[in-house]
Design a protein around this ligand. Structure first.
Ligand code: NAP
Length: 316
């Protein structure tokens, strides 16, 4: 029986991991405030505090450490670079060091924001030569968040610990802070929503990430030659934020979650300035995940149906 330590168990992916990882063994959960979303007490770990991280790692003595905690406030990171670096980079290196000396596997998440979104060949948003990013394409983060996440990937690799890094993107769930929940809230309040149309990616349900993570851990355990390193993990297909908003609001209206679909106006990123710049082209090629583990995610539209269905069923 394996022991799985889940750090960040109150985040979008972390919450889904609590369920998805159950078949893998004994789960030890950790959150920043020492309690799960339903109030159940768990380990308290603040990744900004190396002592609390070390204590939890020693206490749990896990075979697999899954780090779903991260400093994810992309704009705020521009003003708090040291904290973002501590959480997304240095803490990840410390997890790796512990895992290396204890023979544990580290599973960690990274982001499409390690790329600048100009396409692997720099031909720009939807440039003629653009194809989805592969794991070994050149990275060039646009902001502090992306820089610190990339530094975390490197620190984990440098630790020498066995590891899987899943780079994902555009994560959402029926719970937590995400674009879908913002659209449902604003869609119920406003006549008109303005949404950017010149950024494309693949909206990926946190539940799919958690299920794929659990399946990869299980399959890897049974493999002779154990795969490791960075893997892209996103839903299939692609859309712009504008197209995603349209699909969310149409689907929500069909399910009675909102009374009518508001007018959705396509705008350019330049019309919606944010503190941090975001990559325009965020589509990731997941062939490496499929080749290594035989795992493939379905189209983003199916994911949206699933999450809206969950919200409509009131189980979110
Ligand atoms: N969200 C996205 O669109 C997206 C896209 C690409 C990659 N990712 C990556 O996917 C992974 C999971 O993201 P997510 O969407 O599940 O993130 P999330 O919902 O923002 O959850 C992050 C969790 O990390 C916890 N956390 C933040 N700072 C911490 C600290 N100092 N110590 C301990 N815990 C801390 C938060 O705790 P509190 O609950 O106490 O705030 C939260 O529960 C992350 O590695 C993220 O970088 C996410």
């Amino acid at each position: 029986m394996k022991r799985i330590l889940i750090l960040g168990a109150n985040g979008q992916v972390g919450r889904e991991l609590l369920d998805a990882s159950r078949p893998l063994g004994e789960i030890v959960a950790a959150t920043r405030d020492g309690a799960l979303a339903d109030g159940t007490p768990c380990l308290r770990v603040d990744l900004a505090d190396a002592g609390s991280l070390r204590a939890a790692l020693e206490h749990a003595q896990a075979d697999v450490v899954v780090n779903a905690a991260a400093y994810t406030a992309v704009d705020r990171a521009e003003d708090e670079p040291e904290l973002a670096d501590r959480v997304n980079h240095r803490a990840v290196g410390e997890i790796g060091d512990w895992a290396k000396s204890h023979g544990a596997l580290v599973v960690h998440y990274s982001t499409d924001y390690v790329f600048d979104g100009s396409g692997f060949d720099g031909s720009g948003f939807d440039g003629a030569g653009t194809r989805p990013y592969r794991e070994d394409d050149a990275t060039a983060p646009l902001g502090v968040y992306g820089h610190t996440k990339l530094a975390g990937e490197h620190a984990l690799a440098a630790s020498g610990a066995a590891h899987l890094v899943f780079r994902t993107a555009w994560v959402y769930a029926s719970h937590g802070h995400n674009f879908l929940r913002t659209m449902l809230r604003l869609g119920a309040e406003r006549e008109e929503l303005r949404v950017v149309t010149d950024q494309v990616g693949a909206p990926t349900p946190a539940r799919w990430i958690a299920r794929t993570t659990a399946a990869a851990i299980a399959r890897r355990a049974a493999m002779e030659a154990k795969p490791g390193g960075v893997f892209h993990l996103v839903a299939a297909g692609r859309c712009s934020w504008f197209e995603f908003a349209e699909a969310i609001l149409r689907g929500a209206a069909e399910r009675g979650l909102i009374v009518r679909v508001p007018r959705i106006v396509p705008i350019a990123t330049s019309d919606y300035p944010t503190r941090a710049r975001r990559p325009a082209y965020s589509v990731l090629d997941c062939a490496r995940l499929e080749n290594a583990f035989g795992l493939e995610l379905a189209d983003w539209r199916l994911g949206l149906d699933e999450v809206l269905g969950e919200i409509a069923a009131g189980s979110g």
